[in-house]
Write a protein that binds this ligand. Sequence first.
Ligand code: MG
Ligand code: MG
Length: 257
Amino acid sequence: MITIKSERELELMRDAGGLVARVLDMLEQEIAPGMTTLRLDQLAEQYIRDHQAIPSFLRYVPKGEPGVTPYPATLCVSINEEVVHGVPSAKRFIREGEIVSVDCGVYKSGYHGDAARTYVIGDIEPQVQQLVEVTRECLNLGIAQAVAGNRLHDISAAIENHARSFGYSVIENMVGHGIGSELHEDPAVPNYGKAHTGVRLRAGMTLAIEPMIALGRSRRAISKRGEWVAVTEDGKPSAHFEHTIAIRDEAAEILTR
Ligand code: MG
Ligand code: MG
C-alpha cells in the first residue's frame, strides 16, 4: 500500500531528511585517504545522536529474510566494485583513487530520511569520474519525472535511458522505495523500466530514488552467503546517489537537501 503523507508528516520528513543531508555534508568534509570506514561510521552516528535522532540502518533486519543478521552499523560504505551495503570496518582504509558510496538513513520524530552520495577520493580515472557524474545526473533526471500525474516508471525510464546512453549498466536487483514511518515502504522504485507505465504519482507520496549504475556489464549486485555487501558481477566500479523526495504538483520536493 502506498501511503500519502499529510503536510504535517512532510514537515517531519523534511526535518529527518535535512539531518541526513547534513550528515553527508559533514562526511564530505571529513573523508580522506587513510581514514577507516569505521571512523566515518562513528562520526555519522555521533552526529545523528547529537541531533536527537537514531540511525535507521543500525540493527535493521530486512523483511522476509529470516536468519539474516541485523545490520551492524549506521552507514553503508561501499567502495569501488561494492554496489551497496558495505559494512564499515576498522580494517578498511580509504585510499586515493577510490570512489566511496556512503548511504545514510536517520529516524527522527517517527519518520525516516534516506540519502546516498558517491565521494571521489583524490585523482581518479577519468572513466570512473564520468560514471560518478552520470549517476548523479541519473538521480536528477529521475527526480525531474517525479511529479504528480506522471507514472512511476517515468522515473525509472529517465534513469535507465541516461545510464545506457553512456554504455553503463543498471543494477536491476537493487531498487529505490517508498519511505515514511517505515524505512522501506511501497512502491519499489526500479532504476529501469518503460515510460508511461506503473502507478500514477500523487502529491504526498514520498519516495527514495536511488540509481546504482556500473561500468561494465553487471546487471546484478551479488552477495556471498551471510555477507551484507553486494558487489558487481564483473568487479567493475559502481556509483550510487539517492534522495528522499516528496511528490508535488509542479516539481518534486527534495527532502534530503
Ligand atoms: Mg539509502
Ligand atoms: Mg534507500
